[in-house]
Design a binder for this molecule. Sequence first.
Ligand code: AMP
Ligand code: ZN
Length: 482
Amino acid sequence: MTRRIAFSCNGHLTDRLMPIRFFNTYSRRIEDFVPLEPGVVRLYTCGPTVYNFAHIGNFRAYIFEDLLQRHLEFRGFRVIRVMNLTDVDDKTIRGCRAAGIPLAEFTQPFKKAFFEDLDALRIKRAEHFPEATAADHIARMISMISTLVEKGHAYRADDGSVYFRIRSFPAYGQLAHIVLDELQAGVRVRSDEYEKENVGDFALWKAWDQADGDVWWESPWGRGRPGWHIECSAMATGILGPQIDIHCGGEDNIFPHHEAEIAQSECVTGLQFSRYWLHCKHLQVEGTKMAKSAGNFFTLRDLTMEKGWTGREVRYALLSVKYREPLNFTIEGLSAARSALARLDEWTRRIRELANTAKLADALNISELEQFGSSLDDDLNISAALASVFDVIRETNRRIDLGKVTPEEAKGLVEWLEGVQSVLALDPEAEVIPQAVHSLVELRSQARASKDWKASDSLRDQIQALGWTVKDSKDGQKLTRK
Ligand code: AMP
Ligand code: ZN
C-alpha cells in the first residue's frame, strides 16, 4: 500500500492516507478513527466531582484528554468538547451537610480551583462545562428517566427511587466485558438496595431522604435527585446530540459509570451512543491508585504552592507517558521533567536566535519532523513523539555547533516547533511562576529594603532550592528557571 504524507511547513498534515488510530475499550482493538461528520469530532470527557480539590491522578486523565483534543486539532479537525462538572452526588451532599452550607456555596470554591488548575496545567478549555445542577440539565435527566420508564427499561421502587433494569438491555456489560450472570454473583447486596429487582440495577433517580437535607428536585416520582450516571448521559446527548464520536475517562469509569451511560442513552435514543471509548490507566503512587479515598494523593497545589514545581513541569511529567501505560508518580519523575524542559528551552532559544535574521523559512526535509505527528496518530504514542522531538534537538544542536544550520533552516525549525507546541503546550514563554516562589521573592524584597542581607541571601537559597534563580537589577529582582 502506498503511504502518502504531505506536511505544510508547521507540521500540520495536509494530505494523508495514514489514518489516526485509537484503542477502543469497547472492541478492545486498535481501530481507524472516522468521525460521524467529516472534519468534526464530538468529544465527551467525564469531569471532576467538585467536593474537594482535584488530585493529580484526575489530572492525568484531563491531560490525556487535552492531548487528544490538541492532536485532533493539529490534524485539522474541529473538536467540540464537553466536560461536565458533577456538582451533586453523595460526596458533594455529604460535604455541604458537614460544612452546614448550601450545596452551591459548598461546590463553588472547588469549581473555581478546578479552572485555575486547568490553566496552570495549560489544559485547553472545553467548549462546554455543563453543571449537573443546572435547571435545563435536570429537566433533561427527568425527561430521559421518564422515557426509560415508559419503554420498560426502568421501574419505580416503593420509596420513589427509580432504577434501570439491566436485564432489559442485552448489551449491558459489553464495554467492561462482563457477563451479566458473573456480575450478579460478584456484587455484594447492600442492605439499602433491597428494593431493586436485581442487584446490578442502578439508580437513575434517588428518592429524597433526611441525609439529603435541602438538596432535592421535584419529579414525577416525588422529591429526589439524579443518579451520577444519568447526569452524564443527559449532558452528553443534550449538548452533543444522540451520537458522539469519542467518550473518555479514567479506567475506573469503565464500570459501572460508562456502561450505565451506554445503557441509558441507547435505550432512550435507539442509536449507538459513542463510537470510540478511550480510557487512561490510573496514576499510581508506590504501586497503588492515587485516590482521595486511599489518602495517597497530591493536589496540584501541594506541588506548586508548597514544593515549588511549576504547572508546566507537572504537565510534562503527566503527559510524557502514554495514556495506556502505567505511570508511577515520583519526585524523580518531576526532576526528569525539569531537565527535559531545560533542554527543550535551550534549543528553542538557540533556533529562535538563529532564525532572527532569516526572511524566509526553508522547507525542511528531516524525517524526524514527520514522526512527531505520525507517532501521535498511532494511539497517541507520546513517548515516541517526544523521542522524535529530542532526536531533532540532538541532531540540530550538533549541526548548530558546527555552524551548519542556516537562519532559513532555523526559521523552518521554529515553524515546525510552533506546530509541535500547539499539541504539547510546553512553551517556556507562558511559564507560570509558582506561588511559593512569589512569596519568597516578596519576603526577599522586604529583607533588602531593610538591608537585612543575611535574610536576603538565605531567601535566595530557598528560591534556588525551588528551581529558580533570582538576580538583582536596577528594576528589582529578576527570576529565571535554574
Ligand atoms: P472523579 O472526580 O473521581 O469523578 O474523577 C474524575 C476523573 O479522573 C475520572 O475520569 C476518573 O476516571 C479520573 N481519575 C480518578 N483517579 C485517577 C487516577 N489515579 N489516575 C487517572 N485518572 C483518575
Ligand atoms: Zn461521566
